[in-house]
Write a protein that binds this ligand. Structure first.
Ligand code: ASP
Length: 343
């Protein structure tokens, strides 16, 4: 770790005891009115359009599960997008492989990892959840299942920006998944950033409570650009990238998946909420856990969590500055929230 970040890191760890005092910030669920429906999704720049689709379902008294699936499908279809759907950045072999998972209010969950040439991995994950005895299918088997269920195989379509970034990357073939750069004026998908090849990972994670008070979540990504072929991140792993417990709340993660997997991040956030912590404090404690447990691996990594509880209260937290999200409620239309951060 370079000395400046190291100093910042040590300073943050030194604050650890102060964080314990946050335990006092518990929420008194029984005294609050439940706010519903609510939907929130990671990374403001992409989340607004996804939230629109989700809100349409929720505002018509639809199910949170349908809302989150419809919502993230919007991002999976977008082309101005570094890291979600078939238009995302490829792995180091030039192949786009996708990860996704979904979880509903009945503890049902479905997941797909390292799937190729299928444009809506979130819907494949939902089909796995609803039509198979399994939770997770990967690679060729997942693709076979998708095709058998009516999904069409799609060719690889790198945009000119992605093509340029991939070619530039191949010159050096230096894998640096943890780089955390300042986002441009137009967000992480601005052409100058895409072409620079510097912004190299992202996810849309969406969690919602519907008008009946039921929770669901969805998470979909291509993971890290230029990852090793076959690498799977946190996003399709139930408990890491996403977790829903309809008695308590839901949480979703974005950022360097390896860090999230190491602490079972989203499950941890939900367990903190079960202990009575607010969504924001629960996310903060999961971020603290990453920092505490991963001093060697952390580097410049970014991780952000979002959470919502059974009362419709929500919050987020990140390791570093720059993580934002969008929220829709009956009062707020795609409100931008800049998550607090620790380092
Ligand atoms: N969590 C994703 C992964 O590691 C990437 C991201 O959200 O930035 O695959």
């Amino acid at each position: 770790m370079e000395s400046n970040s190291r100093r910042k890191f040590i300073r943050t760890i030194g604050l650890g005891s102060a964080f314990l005092a946050l335990k006092g910030q518990v929420y008194a669920a029984s005294k609050k009115t439940v706010q519903k429906p609510v939907v929130l999704a990671t990374w403001y720049n992409q989340a607004t359009r996804a939230n629109e689709a989700a809100w349409k379902v929720l505002s018509e008294q639809g199910r949170a599960l349908d809302a989150v699936e419809q919502g993230v499908r919007v991002t999976e279809s977008e082309t101005e997008n570094c890291c979600v759907g078939l238009n995302a950045m490829p792995d180091r072999d030039g192949i786009v492989t996708l990860d996704a998972c979904i979880m509903d209010e009945f503890n049902n969950c479905g997941s797909v990892a390292a799937i190729e040439q299928i444009d809506h991995p979130i819907s494949v994950a939902r089909l796995i959840m609803e039509k198979t005895p399994h939770v997770m299918l990967v690679g060729a088997g997942a693709q076979q299942f998708a095709v058998a269920n009516g999904f069409k195989l799609k060719g690889l379509k790198l945009t000119p920006g992605q093509e340029a970034a991939y070619k530039a990357w191949r010159e050096k073939s230096h894998y640096e998944p943890v780089k955390n750069i300042e986002k441009g004026e137009h967000g992480p998908f601005a052409p100058e950033i895409m072409e620079s090849g510097e912004y190299n990972h992202d996810t849309i994670g969406m969690i919602a409570i519907d008008s009946k008070g039921n929770l669901s979540g969805a998470c979909t990504t291509s993971g890290m650009a230029y990852k090793m072929h076959g690498r799977v991140g946190d996003s399709p792993i139930i408990g890491a990238g996403l977790f829903v417990d309809n008695e308590v709340g839901a949480a979703v993660a974005t950022g360097v998946g390896e860090e999230v997997i190491r602490i079972c991040g989203s499950h941890l956030v939900v367990e903190f909420m079960r202990q009575g912590l607010s969504p924001e404090v629960a996310c903060r404690k999961a971020v603290e856990r990453i920092i505490k447990k991963s001093p060697k691996n952390l580097g410049d990594s970014q991780v952000g969590f979002l959470a919502i509880n059974k009362m419709g209260e929500y919050g987020g937290y990140a390791i570093r500055e720059g993580f934002d999200y969008a929220v829709c409620t009956s009062q707020l239309h795609n409100q931008k929230v800049n998550a607090k951060f620790l380092l």
